[in-house]
Design a protein around this ligand. Structure first.
Ligand code: SIN
Length: 539
């Protein structure tokens, strides 16, 4: 039987970004979608998201205000056009989530809107109190079950297959090849570069590593957001910023509030400011815990508004309605990632990326709270639209590159920034993942300097990544590659901006417009290519 030609799309990842892209694509005729998830479908960072979705949904709020807040948090590094797309399309993305069955919490018949740090308005929609991500995942997975999408659960994608300068599909652990006209990387973040993180076990930077090996550019990896308030217990469960948004305060070990010394907005200052202030306070008090005091909110409110956190905190033996709880900053979110344009196109034709695995320019140097679920919802729709509009038989349009390059790395005359090549690594020493995580925590954590970063770069280059013969080994090899790129970016960025703080360059660079740090792995292009015979559907 012959049918209309199909555009084959492989989506890698099952968080809000991947699910949105897959569902949007599968609604159209002529598209055959395969969604591949490394673990169980539900095991994404999205499921753990507590705060909610930031979007303008009330008459007293404006998109311009949301744009201004996002740009301010991004500390001069955001791409304004990308931010306008993110915030401007927020209400439509919320409408899509509603139509897909997400039930945001209501108060007196209207959306209950929470306040979070660095937002001028209470605009955070939440579901199940603090179970927003879980509610979104449940709704989208419900839709997935009824959609014409081939699902490969517990299948790890090792690499993008590249032949003749174009993505042709993916190769799974075990060797199976999935041919595709378009590959969408939606693998989430890289929190597992660090020993302490709010991220799930699968957040091992797989998409960024695959893009690097495929020869696609990545950008701004040095910007890692540390969430100020993880519960200071093993596993570091998140205590949402929304708790401070409702009025909880931070106290030093002696009970004194200290955040106002760091920023006029105190507990609601941007996340990087709060995280560094807590780290400095921890050091001043010899490691004794900093405390989050939510006692004024009352037991009933805490249980109703934050049921997930309430259960977690009580499960660790704290009655947070009566006592302040110990908190500390841990790795939370990657602002950098695979460089894409506003349609999710990477620098490699046929390769797209969406969500936390990307650097679209919406977050700049520091993401505004609750803009991450929004990014997945908005750009999941955008990447699907771009693939649907493209003619699969033609070359994909060239991605848009930032006009400017980081001034010390490329001449201003160059329209396209000259990416930094990742230094070659020919080391032979075996290492284990915990060593890598400790190295990054010490050298590329909340505060960095050239000496520590250069030492980390040398150590990373002296190591040999494990052969990717198991999920664990493949993840560790991915972490190693992305760690090298992150450290190279952090060394190159000789300034402090947003989440990237250099004690040897404590001020932002004075140039009026800040620039992205773009990296490529020149040894990586076509590295996936055992050059298997994967041809586009309409070749
Ligand atoms: C939080 O609830 O504090 C985390 C939400 C986010 O990372 O935006």
């Amino acid at each position: 039987m012959t049918g209309a030609p199909q555009t084959r799309v492989v989506v890698v990842g099952s968080g809000i970004a991947g699910l949105t892209a897959a569902l949007e694509l599968a609604e159209r005729p002529g598209v055959a979608v395969t969604l591949v998830a490394k673990g169980a479908l539900k095991d994404s960072a999205t499921r753990l998201a507590q705060g909610g979705v930031a979007a303008v949904t009330s008459l007293d709020d404006t998109v311009a205000s949301h744009v201004a807040d996002t740009l301010a948090a991004g500390a001069g590094l955001c791409d304004e056009e990308a931010v306008r797309a993110l915030c401007g399309e927020g209400p439509a993305a919320v409408a899509t989530l509603l139509s897909r069955g997400v039930r945001f919490d209501l108060h007196e018949g209207r959306f209950a809107r929470g306040l979070e740090a660095a937002h001028a308005h209470a605009r955070i929609l939440h579901a199940g109190g603090d179970a927003t991500g879980a509610a979104i995942v449940a709704a989208l997975l419900g839709q997935l079950a009824a959609a014409p999408i081939a699902v490969r659960e517990r299948a790890m994608v090792l690499d993008v297959v590249v032949t003749e300068g174009r993505a042709r599909g993916v190769r799974l652990l075990g060797g199976e090849l999935l041919p595709a006209d378009a590959v969408v990387l939606a693998t989430g973040g890289s929190g597992r570069l660090y020993p302490c993180t709010t991220n799930p076990a699968g957040a091992t930077a797989d998409g960024v590593a695959m893009a690097l090996r495929a020869g696609a550019a990545v950008a701004d990896l040095e910007f890692v957001q540390f969430h100020p308030t993880a519960l200071a217990v093993p596993g570091h469960p998140l205590v949402s910023e929304a708790v401070r948004g409702e009025g909880a305060v931070l106290r030093a070990a002696d009970g004194r509030r200290f955040l106002a010394d760091a920023h006029p907005d105190a507990e609601l200052a941007p996340r990087d400011v709060v995280a560094r202030a807590i780290a400095a306070q921890l050091a001043r008090q010899g490691g004794a815990p900093v405390l989050l005091d939510a006692t004024a909110l009352g037991a009933r409110f805490l249980a109703e508004r934050f049921p997930t956190i309430d259960a977690t905190v009580r499960g660790h033996g704290f009655d947070w309605s009566r006592e302040a709880i110990p908190v500390e900053p841990v790795a939370h979110y990657a602002m950098g990632g695979v460089r894409t344009d506003l349609s999710g196109r990477t620098s490699l034709p046929g390769l797209f990326a969406v969500g936390e695995t990307t650097c679209t320019g919406v977050h700049g140097a520091n993401r505004l709270a609750s803009n991450s679920l929004l990014e997945g919802a908005v750009f999941g729709r955008r990447v699907a639209a771009a693939i649907l509009q493209a003619d699969a038989t033609a070359a994909w349009p060239e991605p848009a590159w930032p006009e400017q390059a980081w001034p010390e790395l490329a001449s201003p005359a160059q329209a396209r920034p000259e990416p930094i090549a990742l230094p070659a690594a020919h080391g032979e020493l075996p290492f284990d993942r915990a060593e890598l995580q400790r190295l990054l925590w010490d050298a590329a954590g909340l505060v960095r300097d050239a000496e520590g970063l250069a030492r980390a770069a040398a150590v990373l280059c002296s190591w040999a990544p494990p052969e990717p013969t198991s999920v664990e080994a493949a993840e560790t090899a991915n972490l190693w590659l992305v760690a090298r790129a992150l450290v190279a970016g952090a060394l190159a960025r000789r300034e402090s901006r947003g989440a990237h703080h250099r004690r040897d360059f404590p001020q932002p660079h004075p140039s009026p417009a800040s620039r992205s740090t773009v990296l490529v792995d020149e040894t990586g292009a076509d590295a996936s290519g055992s050059a298997p015979a994967l041809e586009p559907a309409h070749a």
